[in-house]
Design a protein around this ligand. Sequence first.
Ligand code: CA
Length: 414
Amino acid sequence: MIRTALACALAFLSAQTAAASGPVPVSGGAAVPKSAVDQPRSIEALMAALEVEGAKAGVQPATIRRVLAGHEREPEVAGLAGAQTEHERTVGDYLALLVTPERIELGRQRLAEHAATLAAVEARFGVDRHTLTALWGVETRYGASLGTRQVIRSLTTLALEEPRRPQFWRAELLQALRIVERGDIAAETMRGSWAGAIGHTQFMPSTFNRFAIDFDGDGRRDLMGSIPDGLASAANYLAHSGWQRGETWGFEVTVPYGFDFALAAPAMLRPLGFWREQGVARDGGRQMPASSLEHRLLLPAGAKGPAFLVNRNFRALLRYNPSVSYALAVAHLGDQIKGIGPFVARWPNEPALSRADRQEVQERLAALGHETGGVDGIIGGLTRSAIRSYQKTRGLPEDGHPSRDLLERLRAQR
Ligand code: CA
């Protein structure tokens, strides 16, 4: 699912759709709305608010009234949005769950079945067929799990009942009404995830209206009923996110003994030659692929886990879903559909930190004078810098990774 507007706030929604991983988080600490304007509590008040906002968005009052009349709430949906269990799965566990032999094999079948469509999409948008097929596989198991909830009903419930981001849900509801008004998908047939993500590649309504493509030429942008529309729309989104034609996402590497892990910072985008000079190599002495793109070193599980050089195409995948686990799952599945073998290095066998653990890491780092940007349990850039600065003071590898070992060290710290 694409969440440009909400970027990191709804991390792992996509994983929820694809992997049935249970309740999924609306993370972050947004304020509870103060007034009825922020969050209307009745359907009448909601329709009134939508009419005002719809005037700017070009949605007719008649559409709002017609679609929302006789609305029923979907009680479970608000509860799902409230569940807070995110990120308690390691990258290794996430990949094992999503990139299975079955999903690889099914991907190869889909690639063959839809070869003509994928070739046409690749030619127009520059996104290769393996990545697109993998994205489709991760999002909805190649269309097998589009989601069965009525999108309008889910979004209406969230706009009325979800306390943290009512304006976000209301804006998405308005965008869903725009889809109906344009005749792309009818209200009754618009189904998706509990959060309102629609179709084969799980577009939120706002993303749908900006990036959906009618690729089969029937006049409708039908991301549910048309596989060509779904795949082309995802490719269009990735192209707008900076996907570079003719390039892969990156590749697995090894780092030499004594490597300076501080180089594995997100801002360290460098040409491949730089990394070769640092002793970064491919397993078994294989050549690095030819690429003119800058790459950064990614250590999703810290210094003890697999290492990757990734480029702007990987970043485009992160714009689809701002989770490294997600982007790596698409990348890895795409490689294996293509016939490139699995990753060589093993994932460390260590449990994921819970939200409470992550908050404790932040608290303890802050107490030692390392600025984490708050104690929200979200490991962002500031927390990673704080971990690095702590690791530096202790003479540890500066990988910025919030491991169990790090937490134990912080606890033992006097
Ligand atoms: Ca169409």
